[in-house]
Design a protein around this ligand. Structure first.
Ligand code: AMP
Ligand code: ZN
Length: 430
């Protein structure tokens, strides 16, 4: 099933031709209309006319989130303000937010990309999509909402929270698809279990679109099994419209990145050089269609790799792997680089472990993993608990090469986030 078959299955050669034309145009517009870009280009000694092939992309300077913050609020606009119809921001953790603007055409184009994603995974007009992401300045909910309406789906703008109401909405309106963060869905699944709701018997759910934060293949499997649905990975970021940048097809073997809209690079974060295809590095994206606010060579800080080879679904847009982590999420204990993702992967693969966990960094050489476990284990024998704990410690040590402290908690002890989960508490920097 395709939304725009011609462009989704376009040959690589015409695709690259199209990319080059769009790149030239976007570079010219940025140079002409955005003084901050013109300054950057001049500093790097590059002019729009120097871009004659896609290989010339490397001549252009990177854009970082600091550039976005420094030029907040209007500094990177390439269109007069009266052409702008929408603002979104991304707060991040420190400093000023990043502001992103859309013209009417930009809003429509972002919705087209979502429509491709939904149709690619089997969503049709007769589906009911419960949108459990946060509505507001955050792109997650609204961009998905417009795309789903374009397909003709009935959208329930539920937003997150009020878990009991989420469940009754699903029951009353026969929700077939949900759009939600993995951490909140895990929590929802837990509440359903407590309320003795059998998802396959009592609900009409068929698929979930999960994104906005990293999660592992183990978490996907856990959710698919417990809810009896298909889970598709959805990747996006505010700077690139929000959701709809890259999305899994039915094969679930990586996310197709819509290359007619975004130029894709994977670079070595240290040197800035391109990684050989298939190797992990930082994802760098260039908007090819955006009118209001073109962004050139944006350093996403997200680590991924290009999956080599063609996908059997017939789409020619290359796939990226699940996000392995953010360059900023990495923390160091005893001199070892660790990503929260590694811990999650281990935890979600251990029987008896429930949904929620948190990593506490206490000192240079000490970390504690707090993990909720299934109620029957928690209420069971002490021996069982001790065995589970040492099993987790051993598996974590094998993965991260550091021996953490592990604390087992009753389900429901750790805070639940409705937006992005905060997995790491670094007491060393508090
Ligand atoms: P925001 O701009 O607030 O929407 O946040 C975007 C960031 O969320 C991305 O740069 C990623 O770090 C993260 N993110 C979004 N979708 C995913 C996903 N499917 N898997 C992992 N991380 C994701
Ligand atoms: Zn595919």
């Amino acid at each position: 099933m395709f939304w725009q078959k011609e462009i989704e299955t376009i040959g690589r050669e015409p695709l690259e031709q199209l990319q080059l034309e769009r790149l030239k145009q976007i570079v010219r517009r940025a140079y002409k209309n955005v003084p901050a870009y013109a300054d950057k280009f001049i500093e790097s000694g590059v002019k729009p006319k120097d871009i004659t092939s896609l290989a010339d992309l490397g001549k252009l300077p990177f854009t970082t989130r600091e550039d976005l913050r420094e030029n907040y609020p209007f500094g990177l606009l390439a269109m007069p303000k009266e052409q702008i119809v929408r603002l979104h921001t991304s707060s991040g953790t420190t400093g000023k937010p990043k502001a992103i603007f859309f013209t009417r055409k930009d809003v429509d184009q972002a919705a087209e990309l979502i429509a491709r994603c939904l149709v690619m995974t089997g969503t049709k007009k007769d589906d009911v999509l419960q949108n459990i992401m946060t509505y507001g300045l955050f792109t997650g909910a609204l961009v998905m909402h417009y795309g789903a309406e374009k397909v003709g789906v009935l959208v329930i703008p539920a937003g997150p929270g009020n878990t009991e109401r989420q469940i009754s909405l699903m029951q009353d309106f026969k929700t077939t698809a949900i759009h939600v963060t993995p951490s909140y869905l895990l929590y929802l699944a837990n509440v359903m279990q407590k309320k003795r709701i059998n998802p396959t018997r009592d609900l009409s759910l068929k698929r979930a679109y999960l994104g906005a934060e990293p999660y592992s293949e183990e978490t996907r499997k856990k959710i698919e099994e417990s809810l009896g649905i298909d889970v598709y990975n959805s990747y996006g970021l505010t700077e690139m419209n929000g959701p709809g940048v890259a999305f899994e097809c039915k094969e679930k073997k990586g996310m197709h990145l819509w290359e007619d809209n975004f130029l894709l690079e994977v670079i070595d974060p240290e040197t800035g050089q391109n990684m050989p295809e298939g190797e992990v590095g930082e994802l760098v994206l260039t908007t090819l269609c955006r009118e209001a606010m073109p962004i050139i060579r944006y350093r996403t800080r997200d680590l991924t790799r290009i999956i080599p080879g063609a996908c059997s679904c017939g789409r020619t847009h290359r796939r990226i792997s699940r996000i392995i982590g953010r360059a900023d999420d990495m923390f160091i204990v005893r001199g070892v680089n660790i990503f929260p993702q590694q811990i999650e992967r281990v935890l979600m693969g251990v029987r008896g472990v429930a949904q929620n966990y948190q990593i506490i960094l206490e000192s240079y050489d000490q970390m504690t993993v707090m993990v909720e476990i299934m109620k029957d284990i928690f209420d069971g024998s002490l021996e069982h608990m001790l065995n589970l704990k040492s099993d987790i410690v051993n598996k974590l040590r094998a993965e991260i090469l550091v021996t953490p402290k592990v604390e087992l908690l009753e389900p429901g002890t750790l805070p639940v986030s409705e937006g992005k989960a905060k997995r790491v508490i670094d007491k060393r920097t508090l």
